[in-house]
Design a protein around this ligand. Structure first.
Ligand code: ZN
Length: 228
């Protein structure tokens, strides 16, 4: 057992936590449930929606097959101890995306958090740190670049046309740190719902000259794609 696991086990037992999925006393997501949730990565192609962009989305878990419950527990109910386990699931999605594109690694651009997060923590950042630790163990090289920044607004884009989305993307995001030239870029988010946010991200990154090959997410709504 690795030291971080041991520490996590001790903390979980001292706090008498139980699994958010099966209620077994011990870890906030027990090893049996985590293994049961793995191997469900789904690939979906988000259509261009008139904006000239077509995105491959790889999500570790369908939203209605446990994804929603885990995200609510982690983000809304503040069960931050879930981060290492959810990080493993996110790492599965990142690995699937890079292997599908034939990439040996990737520059990860996370969807930026709101400058003033409601619950005071960077939920995606926490997941990504854990995911990258797991990816390192798997020998997959990733670098994180916060190449896109939030302007602080969050407006729904579901009903907008492609042109309106492009305009809204400029309102939502701005270019951040420059990207290394020619490196394959992977957008990472925790939840993909309508796809509007990642489409907007891709628009901004395309304007920066980035080569976005896919999106990796912990969970995604819907999708008719094949596993992988
Ligand atoms: Zn369990």
């Amino acid at each position: 057992m690795r030291p971080p696991d041991l520490l996590s086990d001790v903390i979980d037992l001292v706090l008498a936590r139980s699994c958010v999925r099966c209620s077994r006393l011990g870890r906030v997501l027990c090893p049996r449930c985590l293994e049961d949730l793995r191997g469900r990565v789904r690939h979906t192609l988000i259509d261009a929606a008139g904006d000239g962009l077509s995105l491959h989305v790889h999500a570790a878990l369908p939203y209605d097959e446990g994804g929603q419950d885990l995200v609510l527990a982690y983000k809304e109910h503040g069960t931050r101890a879930l981060a290492p386990m959810l990080g493993v699931l996110l790492a599965d999605a990142v690995e699937a995306a890079t292997r599908a594109a034939g990439c040996a690694g990737a520059v990860i651009v996370p969807v930026p958090s709101h400058p003033r997060p409601q619950r005071g923590f960077d939920a995606l950042g926490g997941l990504l740190r854990c995911a990258r630790t797991d990816l390192d163990r798997r020998g997959l090289t990733t670098h994180v670049r916060r190449a896109v920044r939030s302007r602080g607004s969050s407006l729904p884009m579901k009903s907008l046309s492609g042109a309106q989305r492009r305009a809204r993307a400029v309102e939502l995001f701005r270019a951040g740190r420059p990207l290394p030239t020619g490196e394959p870029v992977l957008i990472v988010d925790d939840v993909v719902t309508t796809g509007s946010t990642v489409r907007a991200m891709a628009s901004v990154l395309a304007a920066m000259g980035a080569d976005v090959f896919a999106v990796a997410a912990l969970t995604a709504v819907g999708g008719t794609g094949q596993p992988g």
